[in-house]
Design a protein around this ligand. Structure first.
Ligand SMILES: Nc1ncnc2c1ncn2[C@@H]1O[C@H](COP(=O)(O)OP(=O)(O)OP(=O)(O)O)[C@@H](O)[C@H]1O
Length: 526
């Protein structure tokens, strides 16, 4: 095992060479132990990494970090990436450094390295690496300004990290890269790549790297997270940052006008901030209001997917109930994390409960949360470089405070689905099951479900899907093969209509339409 007294590394050589030398160091020291096992491990690791990077749309030479022709594509690039990302040294500012739309590996490396060298994090890294067993030498702790000690400690830390990469971890990275494949290839944008990969590694890295900034109890490295409790950051990453599947506009039935407006005012500007500047700048606050179960949350998720943004989703009532006494801090922390993961969409469900009209008897705590939220909303709106969109969703728009309403510049009514949209929801949901319904029967379902919300229609389908099971005797259910269950028939829907009724009344609808015609962005006729 090398110690901190090793020869310092020349930071001006490409990162790949530095890491190559780490590898050589490692193989030298480990040769005596068991070279053959390590070779096999590295080969397996290497091919897994290669497939990760190929999946992400990188050319093969990105993977051959040795820059030689020996065909030995090993773990160096991932180790490098993983180490830097997990340490929080690399963040989305990588975009500014690169100022390029290409995924050129040399530019990556240089940018990574310059971040690494210039960042304050270097000192923190060396500091944290003093915890590493390999860096127990007193010189690490005592002389952080000594360049050679710093370099060696960093190298040791990178080496440790590389050694900790296991197959589970690779699988995780592969899964993430495959999930974001479209995003990465489409944008061919290193910033997006880094954002996606670092997000994954940041999450997973807590257990793998033990690195600073990744786990609870560590001081976060990013400037924007200074003063925010690491525990809170972790909570936000795990509970509020949405890691669900990507969504497309076709997953949302109907609502064509809303989709069109949102694409125009939100998605395009987030995708092309360079074009949508000044007067064309996007609104930073969007309010989606309408009856429950009409797809407001789906729209929020879809905006995040389609604008290649990180999605943070929280319900205002859980802010006030789940984090009693901490809600205000939570709001601040959430926006701080969102700033680190730009472009970001912060979706707040039931926003009325957070931003309801002020009353004389209002509780001090709820007044403070409201103020904090408005401050953050203003911050997101005034820092023009920030690409954070706040989406509020509510079923009770009339209860929203005037000051808050003003900050949601765009206010879109999300109404009950029309007949064709209800039919599309039914067909989409049934496509996952076997069913036998004629066009005429589908039309009958469409008509009978008039006044149903999207969620009501989904419930109707769920109820109908149980029909074939209910028609069986108990013993039969226990033994039947799944493919022998009879298809869903019209009679099942007939029965389901008796169970599932519309959840929204005409009176409620009138209230929404009135509010929309007073404050909404797209007035409609009753
Ligand atoms: N337009 C739609 N297209 C497809 N599915 C829909 C649509 N609207 C609602 N649904 C179905 O209803 C469910 C609930 O939708 P969602 O949570 O987006 O509604 P919401 O308006 O946010 O409701 P709430 O106001 O109660 O939070 C979805 O998971 C989906 O199954």
């Amino acid at each position: 095992m090398k110690t901190c007294e090793e020869t310092p590394t020349d930071w001006d050589q490409p990162a790949s060479s530095i890491l190559h030398s780490i590898r050589e160091d490692d193989s030298e020291s480990d040769d005596a132990e068991d070279t053959s096992t390590e070779d096999t491990d590295n080969e397996t690791k290497g091919s897994a990494i290669e497939s990760c990077f190929q999946k992400a749309g990188f050319s093969a030479n990105t993977i051959d970090s040795d820059r030689d022709d020996d065909g030995d594509s090993d773990d160096i690039p991932l180790a490098q990436l993983a180490s830097l990302c997990s340490e929080g040294v690399i963040d989305i500012n990588i975009d500014d450094n690169l100022q390029t739309e290409s995924c050129n590996p040399d530019e990556w490396e240089n940018a990574l390295l310059s971040e690494y060298k210039t960042s304050d994090s270097a000192a923190q890294l060396a500091d944290s690496s003093s915890d590493d067993k390999a860096c127990e030498s007193e010189s690490c702790d005592n002389d952080l300004n000594n360049k050679s000690v710093l370099d060696t400690c960093m190298l040791q830390r990178m080496r440790n990290f590389a050694n900790q990469i296991d197959s589970d971890y690779l699988a995780h990275v592969a899964e993430l890269i495959s999930m974001t494949e479209d995003k990465l290839i489409e944008s061919n944008n290193p910033g997006a790549c880094m954002n996606a990969v670092s997000k994954s590694i940041f999450n997973k890295g807590g257990s793998n790297s033990g690195g600073s900034g990744s786990g609870a109890g560590d001081e976060p490295v990013d400037e924007r997270l200074k003063g925010i409790e690491p525990k809170m950051i972790e909570l936000i990453m795990n509970e509020i940052m949405d890691h669900g599947p990507q969504m497309s506009w076709d997953d949302i039935a109907g609502l064509e006008f809303a989709k069109k407006t949102i694409k125009e005012i939100v998605v395009w500007p987030m995708l092309r901030p360079d074009i949508f500047t000044g007067l064309r700048g996007p609104p930073k606050g969007l309010l989606l209001f309408g009856p429950p179960g009409t797809g407001k949350t789906l729209i929020g998720k879809c905006i995040a997917s389609q604008s290649k943004s990180t999605f943070f989703s929280i319900s205002a009532s859980s802010l006030t109930s789940k984090w009693v006494g901490e809600a205000e801090k939570m709001v601040r922390a959430m926006f701080a994390v969102a700033r680190c993961y730009q472009p970001a969409v912060v979706f707040i469900d039931e926003i009325d409960s957070l931003l309801s009209q002020r009353t004389d008897g209002e509780h001090e705590a709820s007044r403070r949360i409201k103020t904090e939220f408005l401050v953050q909303l203003d911050g997101a709106a005034t820092v023009s470089d920030d690409r954070i969109l706040v989406i509020g969703a509510t079923n009770r728009p009339q209860e929203i405070d005037e000051a808050a309403r003003r900050r949601f510049v765009k206010r879109l009514y999300i109404p009950l689905p029309e007949g064709s949209a209800r039919r599309q929801i039914v067909v989409n949901l049934l496509s996952q099951q076997t069913y036998q319904l004629t066009e005429a029967q589908l039309s009958a379902i469409e008509q009978r479900s008039d006044g149903y919300s999207g969620a009501d229609v989904a419930n109707l389908c769920r109820e109908a899907a149980l029909g074939p099971i209910r028609s069986m005797a108990f013993g039969e259910i226990e033994n039947i093969c799944a493919d022998q269950v009879r298809p869903i028939l019209f009679e099942d829907f007939d029965a389901a209509f008796m169970q599932v009724r519309a959840s929204v009344s005409d009176k409620d609808l009138d209230l929404y339409i009135d509010w929309n015609n007073t404050y909404g962005s797209v007035p409609i006729r009753k």
